[in-house]
Design a protein around this ligand. Structure first.
Ligand SMILES: [Zn+2]
Length: 449
């Protein structure tokens, strides 16, 4: 059953094109396409309020699902649904179920050898399901206001530098540049933590059942989501918790978020020199901004609507340049696997764009202008070393293999080596000769933003 469902799902490469995921339909039209599934019942069961139209992200999937429902034994469907309940609940149940769940998902699929201690597993559940309550405690303890203030200053510098780069692009028309600059000016920037915290007072938490607590939290979150149906987009809402080391760009809100937990080493250090911060958190901020202009992000306008603002000629030039990225990353091989240049395209565009922007912003600092070495490295060298340092990691082969076949990000080694290898300033900083392992033929180097 699961294999069948995988077979009818849209391939990840196709999902990267937002047009493929936008099919606005009336409720009747959607119901008519899947006569064997009672959507009215389903929407009532999940607590949805009344509505009459919806975006069916993947219509072909639902048509195929409708056929499967008709052709498969009822008992198989029941077994499948029971299995979903059990497998999703296993990490919350008794030790034997927890262990079986770990043995398959963590050990077999990802190569993890030992389970994390129970307190850490429970803590991460807490952090997932009471994310803003935990976030509030985290911020009080670990994110001084000066860190948020300093990061906001960096965000402004990155935005200025990206704007300047857009103005000076040699391949884009003035008409499209004006639209791109407008989109950048309208970008909503969320840094550190929200000004207003979420209210959890309606959520019941009791000391008797871990399982029940998690389930009540899931229902609580679901009710909040359902209440959004038919209302305006809330631009103040946060979709990443402050204690998660992460950042993102939401194209449908034209919004970047960098969490409080990113505002610590190796990304950010209040005591470090500018080269270290610009090469790490500076690049991370500019990476998220560049997502607004990557292969899929560029299809959304300044308000987050799918709306083409490109001239035909600029669109063709972008596509040609994107092709260079695909080729450059397709060639990267690790453990016999090739990176998919197509699947990782948006991330690779954002990595190099982010690094270019952070570099330009860094050049405006007094420290870069003074050019004084620290610990035997020039400011330029320290900037690039900092970028590479962020991506140091330990990873099991199993996890890496999975990443190579399904992740939207290339493995860290490719993110560092291919990105740096496309930057002329990197060659100057370390005096890299032709024939060196890091050397990429200038003709093959990628460049968009
Ligand atoms: Zn990204």
């Amino acid at each position: 059953m699961e294999t069948e469902l995988a077979r009818i799902s849209m391939p990840m490469e196709e999902m990267l094109d937002p047009q493929n995921l936008y099919h606005f339909k009336s409720r009747e039209e959607f119901q008519a396409s899947t006569p064997n599934f009672d959507w009215d019942n389903y929407f009532v069961a999940i607590g949805a309020p009344a509505f009459d139209s919806l975006n069916v992200a993947s219509p072909d999937y639902f048509v195929a699902l409708d056929k499967i429902i008709q052709s498969v034994d009822l008992s198989t469907i029941k077994d499948y649904l029971r299995w979903k309940v059990i497998t999703n609940s296993a990490p919350l149940l008794s030790d034997d179920l927890v262990t079986e769940d770990f043995n398959f998902f963590n050990n077999f699929l990802y190569g993890q050898e030992t389970q994390k201690p129970r307190w850490r597993r429970v803590q991460s559940k807490l952090s997932n399901h009471l994310e803003m309550a935990v976030g509030r405690l985290y911020v009080e303890k670990y994110c001084p206001y000066e860190a948020k203030e300093h990061a906001q200053e960096l965000v402004e510098n990155m935005s200025l530098a990206l704007g300047e780069r857009i103005k000076h692009l040699d391949w884009m028309s003035e008409e499209t540049k004006a639209k791109a600059l407008n989109k950048l000016a309208c970008m909503n920037m969320k840094i550190g933590y929200p000004d207003k915290w979420m209210d959890y007072s309606e959520l019941e938490v009791t000391p008797d059942s871990y399982f029940q607590n998690v389930h009540r939290a899931i229902r609580f979150e679901n009710a909040i989501d359902m209440a959004k149906i038919g209302t305006l987009v809330d631009r103040d809402e946060w979709d990443l918790s402050p204690q998660t080391v992460n950042g993102n760009y939401r194209p449908e809100k034209n919004q970047i978020t960098l969490t409080a937990a990113v505002l610590q080493p190796p990304f950010f250090n209040l005591d470090a020199d500018d080269a270290v911060n610009y090469g790490a958190i500076g690049q991370a901020i500019a990476h998220e901004m560049t997502h607004g202009f990557d292969n899929s992000g560029r299809m959304y306008d300044e308000n987050g609507n799918l709306n083409n603002w490109w001239t035909e000629d600029d669109d063709a030039k972008f596509t040609e340049r994107a092709g260079q990225f695909v080729k450059l990353f397709d060639e990267f091989e690790l453990f016999g696997y090739h990176v998919s240049g197509e699947r990782t395209l948006d991330e690779n565009i954002a990595d190099l764009g982010g690094l270019n922007v952070a570099w330009d912003a860094y050049q405006m600092t007094d420290e870069a202008k003074a050019g004084k070495p620290i610990d035997g490295f020039t400011p330029a060298q320290r900037f690039f070393i900092s970028y590479a340092t962020v991506w140091r990691c330990l990873i099991r082969n199993e996890a890496l293999e999975l990443q190579m076949v399904e992740d939207l990000h290339a493995p860290h080694e490719a993110r560092v080596n291919r990105t740096l290898g496309s930057m002329p300033h990197f060659y100057e900083a370390f005096d890299i000769p032709e024939g060196s392992k890091m050397f990429i033929d200038p003709e093959e180097r990628a460049a968009i933003w």
